[in-house]
Ligand binder design. Sequence first.
Ligand SMILES: NC(=O)c1ccc[n+]([C@@H]2O[C@H](COP(=O)([O-])OP(=O)(O)OC[C@H]3O[C@@H](n4cnc5c(N)ncnc54)[C@H](OP(=O)(O)O)[C@@H]3O)[C@@H](O)[C@H]2O)c1
Length: 229
Amino acid sequence: MTKYVLITGATSGIGLALIEPLKTAGFAPILTGRNAEKTAKLAARHGIDGYTLDVADPDAIQRVTQQITDDLGPLHCLINNAGIWLEGDFDTYADSDIKAVMDTNTMGTINMTHAVLPEMLERGNGTVINVVSTGALYTRKSISVYAASKWAIRGFTGCLENECAPKGVRVMGFYPGKIASNMYKTAGVERDLSVAMTPATAAKMLVTMLADETMVWSQVSGRALKDYV
Ligand SMILES: NC(=O)c1ccc[n+]([C@@H]2O[C@H](COP(=O)([O-])OP(=O)(O)OC[C@H]3O[C@@H](n4cnc5c(N)ncnc54)[C@H](OP(=O)(O)O)[C@@H]3O)[C@@H](O)[C@H]2O)c1
């Protein structure tokens, strides 16, 4: 049976870096992204299935996950990777920015999982990997809402890990430190990414987590050595 792996936010960074290593490891990645043009172009370039999917839109999640399972069949794995950054003092945030971060990072992950988990539980097999962040392991100034969005997912992931493992379904969290992706630039924030982990390294860790089905890799974290400054 084809091992389909649905990746959210796969038009950039970690999500995009996952495509080729997943193929090499024998999986069939499904590239999803919020930008229809980018999604179609990248899916064609990698010769894989692609679907436009904005995880901040609960109706789109219902519609597109149904379409994917109608077209391809059951999912082997869901990787909740889509996410956005927000930085600055809390009192300066616009309501719309707060909503976008929570809708994408938190509700996007919860709603995607809610859409695909019942079928995995029924089958007694499947994997959900949530890309969280070291931002969910500690607190610091200037990232209050991003941290809130990821701390929520840390709790969600840990609870589901315990709930689903006895039923044969693995729910795992990946907690990377700084990664040299587009995330900060998209949020209009300057960052020295010369000290960061590459998206390719993050992807390698995720493929390791997915590949050994006898293991539940609980709270897997990692930082680039040169990021210890
Ligand atoms: N970069 C870091 O330092 C770092 C550290 C720890 C954890 N993370 C987490 O890693 C994950 C991936 O981020 P990245 O570093 O690879 O950043 P990235 O290069 O900016 O990639 C983020 C991806 O998410 C997509 N996306 C954003 N909002 C979306 C939505 N509503 N629906 C669907 N897709 C959406 C983006 O689409 P577009 O291409 O259209 O923008 C992009 O494909 C995120 O969850 C992030 O929080 C990142």
